[in-house]
Design a protein around this ligand. Structure first.
Ligand code: MN
Length: 249
């Protein structure tokens, strides 16, 4: 009887250990997003594609949590994209580059404006973030930030304030204007600084989504905590590339 009990106990301990081993291996191997989620595919002849997320859902932890990334990308972003395809179905916009659509957005319906912005802004946003990137810009981007804002700290303050003060839903941006100078602003809803409906237009180089869906699960109503955390995941290499492209246009 006692032997039987010991045997059962040993078997149980072995099984629990095995289970833990399997779990550990799964945790150490982040699944590529494509493996867990089927990306929407553009219909034939439509030039607007849906890009894979450039990192796994948990890559930006603890600053942006995996659950928020998953819902934000696979539900919200996908939703904007599929609704955008519906809104432009059978029109010349299926073959019009997004930048051209934005430059003439005031001649489009609200459905096109909101879904085009929602589709493009999110893809732009994913790309200006990276896990473990540099903590601050360098080179001519840093020089331009110092020239236009006084210092990197002053720029961060202005950018965060733009995001914090945006009433309701929207985005904060770092933008290059026609003269090649940097400025910070925010837009409502899914609008962006390329749209000709904006008073101050330019080419965006950095953005943050300040819709509640971007931070509510982790930060609840504390949008400023989310804005502070954002500086830990900015991809300054990409921002510098965006900046250099914008000033040579
Ligand atoms: Mn969003």
């Amino acid at each position: 009887m006692r032997f039987k009990l010991v045997f059962i106990l040993l078997t149980a301990i072995t099984l629990v250990n095995c289970k833990n081993e399997v779990k550990k291996v799964e945790e150490e191997t982040p699944k590529p997003v494509a493996a867990v989620f089927e990306l929407p595919v553009a219909p034939e002849g439509v030039i607007h594609k849906f890009a894979p997320l450039p990192y796994s859902y948990d890559a930006l932890e603890p600053y942006i949590d995996a659950k928020t990334m998953e819902i934000h990308y696979s539900k919200h972003h996908v939703g904007y994209y599929t609704k955008f395809l519906d809104a432009i179905k059978g029109t010349e916009l299926e073959k019009t580059p997004m930048i051209e659509i934005f430059k003439n957005i005031s001649s489009q319906s609200d459905a096109v404006k909101n879904t085009a912005g929602g589709y493009w802004n999110h893809e732009f946003f994913w790309n200006v973030m990276v896990p473990g990137g540099a903590k601050e810009p360098t080179g001519n981007l840093l020089e331009a930030i110092n020239k236009n804002f006084g210092s990197f700290e002053d720029f961060k303050k202005q950018f965060s304030e733009a995001g914090a003060k945006r009433f309701g839903s929207g985005w904060a941006w770092l933008v290059v204007d026609k003269e090649g100078n940097l400025f910070v602003n925010s837009t409502a809803n899914q609008d962006n600084p390329i749209m000709n409906s904006e008073t101050k237009q330019g080419i965006p180089v950095l953005t943050i989504d300040v819709w509640e869906h971007a931070y509510y699960l982790k930060y609840q109503n504390k949008r400023t905590d989310y804005l502070d955390a954002f500086w830990n995941v900015v991809n300054w290499d990409i921002v510098a590339k965006n900046y250099n492209k914008a000033i040579t246009k």
